[in-house]
Design a protein around this ligand. Sequence first.
Ligand code: NCD
Length: 319
Amino acid sequence: MTIAKHVRGVDDLGKDGILEILELSDHFLEVSNRRIPKVPALRGKTVASLFFEDSTRTRLSFEKAAKRLSADVMSFSVSSSSVKKGESLRDTVETISSMGVEAIVVRHKSVGVPWMLPQWTDASIINAGDGSHEHPTQALADCYTITQQLGNIAGKRIVIVGDIKHSRVARSNIKAFNMLGASVALVAPPTLLPPSIENWPVDTISDLDAAIKEADVLYLLRMQLERQEESLVPSLREYSNFYGLTLERSHMLQKSSIIMHPGPMNRGVEISGDVPDLQNALITNQVENGVIVRMAVLYHLLGSGVALAGFNQEADEDG
Ligand code: NCD
């Protein structure tokens, strides 16, 4: 097994790395179901979270994952930091790094920031979202959720619907789903597909109803209005008529098929209010699994030499 130094994009892990994280996740799922869901694996290590963009679930789940592994957590929020006083990215990273951190979890609106950080720090870098580029740990949470629910990703038809153009989740997921042998189809208005689409390992389908019928996984994306410089759809109402998942449309899914969404949801736009409550909607499972796979990622990057098998329940509860 090769151990990655960073998880900046899905390619840092590759197929074997993803499979390794999914396997480790089974172990951390078991840990998370314990009465005291904590192991000493990363005791003495420090994980810093450096969020230059808003986040709810990603930030909280990284922090929770680090704490469940007994790491120390340093949390940096731009709105209350010296970035407000004009401090550069480099100075911020060097400052945090000189306090002693083993991993930095970074979210930034600019594409490529996670790839810049290793010039200024020896810490492992984990990308929690860079612009519309990549969000690898969301892809891992989604791969784990699909595997849990459908047994396997290989051979599955995964249909991704919505604002693909601005979605880092779509980019990371398409790579990961493809590496694991799924076939991926995209459904979106042409203005919300990226110009580079010809080189992607995907099909495009224009009719959502046709795509729904063949989907094993129907994956909805948020309309990311904050990243759109111009109006790319005539109106949100028209968008939801053509591309929104209504209850009625959800009945066209095969019985075993599942509905996913990375959150935050815009109810009434890409998904109608009642759909997230359906039995086959796995949106809260994705969030739960977000903590599990992030434990696996942190352990993979920082836990070498600490044997997992040593963490039996009694010892952990004493520790
Ligand atoms: C996404 C993000 O920020 O990239 N959310 C998430 O991390 N679960 C998707 C989005 O913002 O729509």
